[in-house]
Design a protein around this ligand. Structure first.
Ligand SMILES: [Zn+2]
Length: 114
């Protein structure tokens, strides 16, 4: 995971994402556990399925800290996950793979709280 974070830090696109005060406040108010549950839910519904009709456009750039973290960690869609994290396409992600993605998202959020 550290290796992938080092690579992400070299990406101009991935490093432009940050949690603003409002988003940080939201995380602190809801608590890390709740945000992690949201991350699990969003990953299982929007990222894990075998077929995602709008893959590449399913992750908004606002509304939830998990969405921001997904863009920052290249876990926003299966194409980015394939390129950055080497998981294949066109199959349902395993529980272990989904967990890896959630951990990546949560590490980024914890490291980027204001
Ligand atoms: Zn993507």
């Amino acid at each position: 995971m550290n290796e992938v974070f080092e690579k992400l830090l070299k990406s101009k696109f991935r490093t432009k994402f940050f949690l603003d005060d409002k988003m940080s406040q939201y995380v602190l108010e809801k608590g890390i556990k709740k945000i992690e549950n949201d991350a699990k839910d969003l990953v299982s519904k929007r990222i894990a399925p075998k077929y995602i009709p709008n893959d590449g456009r399913q992750t908004p750039f606002k509304h939830h800290p998990v969405f921001i973290a997904q863009h920052a960690t290249a876990t926003c869609c299966r194409k980015c996950i394939n390129k950055w994290h080497k998981f294949g396409l066109n199959y349902e992600l395993t529980a272990i793979e989904q967990d890896y993605i959630v951990q990546l998202i949560m590490s980024w959020i914890k490291n980027n709280l204001n």
